[in-house]
Design a protein around this ligand. Structure first.
Ligand SMILES: [Fe+2]
Ligand SMILES: [Fe+2]
Length: 256
């Protein structure tokens, strides 16, 4: 269960100049809508938002962010991919901050459908990712076809956190949400159906796992479900690289 104090957010790691915050949740907001996680990094007083979410939860996320940092100090917003639960609030976020937006260059032409006005603030990430042109030491790791065709994970070297987007997503039963994974075996049942159907294939999962396996990891922080603390990260990656999914299971979604 998410505790009362956690509903408004939780500081996951904190040092002199660097803070990582999970931005809370709202049971009512999640009624009939896929639950999402939003994250805020504050580095030397400047903010970076990761997958801040759709129009639906904009007001709650704005007030959660404002508890930690003034909106005008948000300088960058990162989108793992183009789905509405990640990025449909983009026009609203551009209205209340002066942030630059980063997303796969495959999705640049699609974003105006969410009501964008200022293209000069939107930066396309090239296929192989790499270091982002921001002062936060964030690395951009390709996660294409997991599930989106133009998809990135982001690695924060300071907090040693891998923001994995839809990879690691869990779907909880009503009232069953928790913030951190403590028992991987029981958590797996909330992840398996989503990963089998949404993720591209085992071949792609293996590629991604290889690219992140040796990173120092304090957390793997997905966009849905619960966060994997250090003790659970290797269990999760090992499970993932052996999972059959997507086109490995074509016969279960096509008749012939
Ligand atoms: Fe997605
Ligand atoms: Fe998602």
């Amino acid at each position: 269960m998410v505790s009362k104090e956690e509903l408004n957010g939780k500081v996951l790691s904190e040092s002199d100049q660097h803070k990582l915050i999970w931005l809370g949740t709202d049971e009512q907001e999640n009624e009939g809508v896929v639950q999402t996680n939003q994250y805020l990094i504050i580095h030397k007083g400047k903010g970076i938002l990761l997958d801040p979410g759709g129009v639906h939860l904009f007001a709650r996320v704005v007030s959660a962010v404002s508890r930690y940092i003034p909106l005008e100090s948000i300088e960058h917003i990162l989108f793992s991919h183009q789905d509405p639960d990640v990025s449909s609030g983009i026009a609203l976020w551009m209205g209340v901050t002066k942030a630059k937006i980063y997303i796969s260059n495959l999705w640049l032409r699609f974003l105006p459908h969410f009501g964008i006005v200022d293209n000069s603030r939107i930066i396309g990430i090239e296929g192989l990712g790499g270091k982002l042109p921001v002062e936060f030491h964030l690395q951009c790791i390709p996660a294409h076809f997991l599930h989106s065709t133009g998809n990135y994970s982001f690695y924060d070297q300071e907090s040693r956190t891998l923001f994995s987007g839809d990879i690691g997503a869990a779907v909880f039963p009503k009232g069953g949400q928790y913030v951190l994974v403590t028992d991987f075996d029981s958590h797996m049942k909330y992840m398996i159906d989503f990963h089998r159907r949404y993720m591209g294939s085992n071949k792609v999962l293996k590629k991604w796992v290889q690219s992140v396996y040796n990173l120092p990891l304090h957390y793997i922080a997905p966009q849905h479900g619960a966060i994997f603390p250090e003790a659970q990260t290797k269990r999760f990656l090992d499970w993932l690289q052996n999972l059959e999914c997507g086109i490995d299971l074509l016969d279960t979604i096509y008749k012939q």
